[in-house]
Design a protein around this ligand. Structure first.
Ligand code: SF4
Length: 95
């Protein structure tokens, strides 16, 4: 169920996001204004993050990798443009 996933306050205006079906990390957000196209997210988690023709990341399949890999992908972003939230809309990463 995705109905009970709370929307976080102050999400970035230009974003790509998707909801995961289960686990602690439920919402994956790419701040596309912050993204510099460094591509490390798409290298760490290639089935969850794609790079579009503007050289900006977007979320493809949020459930394609396990949570550890999603977290690693977010941690690999040099500008911390990937934000992860739990079901209550609380930030999981970056803290
Ligand atoms: S790692 Fe960060 S800066 Fe690089 S493409 Fe992904 S979101 Fe954008």
């Amino acid at each position: 169920m995705t109905d009970d996933i709370k929307t976080p306050d102050n999400l970035p205006e230009n974003l790509s996001q998707a909801i995961r079906k289960e686990g602690k990390i439920r919402r994956i957000v790419v701040d596309r204004t912050g993204c510099i196209g460094a591509r490390s997210c798409a290298i760490v988690a290639p089935n969850t993050f794609g790079i579009d023709d503007q050289n900006l990341a977007f979320v493809t399949d949020p459930d394609a990798h396990d949570e550890e890999t999603i977290l690693l992908a977010a941690q690999s972003c040099p500008v911390l443009a990937i934000h992860l939230f739990d079901a209550d809309g609380q930030k999981v990463f970056p803290e």
